[in-house]
Write a protein that binds this ligand. Sequence first.
Ligand SMILES: [Zn+2]
Length: 80
Amino acid sequence: MIITLKNNFHNTEVRVNVPNDGELSIGQAKRVRKMLCGSDSCTCGVVRGPQDFPVDWVEINSCWEGSRRYDIFTVVFKED
Ligand SMILES: [Zn+2]
């Protein structure tokens, strides 16, 4: 399903095709981070502020492979 994720701190948004289980691929997560924030040192949280239905919130887990970080983004959907 195609959803829009938003960041009301930078006033940015990005459309992404999220799989049914809500977990974005590493490539999608990279793109979302870059489009919504783009700054590694920023503490805005990447996905921030009110989101469009059916997105409730997005859980972001940062993982490290040596000194390289990658993110696991899991979109949590609202129950209607
Ligand atoms: Zn930011």
